[in-house]
Design a protein around this ligand. Sequence first.
Ligand SMILES: [Cu+2]
Length: 171
Amino acid sequence: MATHPTRRRYLTAATALACLAAGCGGDGGDGGDGAPGPDDYPLIDQWLTETEIGGADETYDGTFTDRRGQDTVTVDVGTEGNGGNFAYAPSALVVSTGTEIRWNWTGEGNPHNVEALPEEQLGESDYEFSSGEAEGGSGVKYTRTMDQAGIALYHCEPHFALGMKGGIGVE
Ligand SMILES: [Cu+2]
């Protein structure tokens, strides 16, 4: 039967073309291993890299920290980066719906706060919240349960221009 090899070749070529279009086995975006990346969250990627609304977060290298399936996740506030202790860690994060985020002040580079204000950001954030006035010292905490699928884009008001920004994808 000559039809089988012919058909197989056709399917192989079609698969290769589909991979060219979709980027199969790409450069770390998702690579097919299920890890979330910039391709999954282009608005978070844009938020952390653009410089027209606040600064770019120099601690972001295109890597998203995957904390899906966990009840609580801690984000440190005031970690090294952006010219001082003006970063969140991790700044790019993916969690599951229902996860409680605990922002935990390191006490460095303060005062800081945590603000998700859609009208001041890209206009695309699904979350609006604020820890209130910037506070200094260690031991300050702010918690928020991520109760809907979507994205949260947030920043530190005093260090916005320096790139102290964070983004959370909620699945
Ligand atoms: Cu700050």
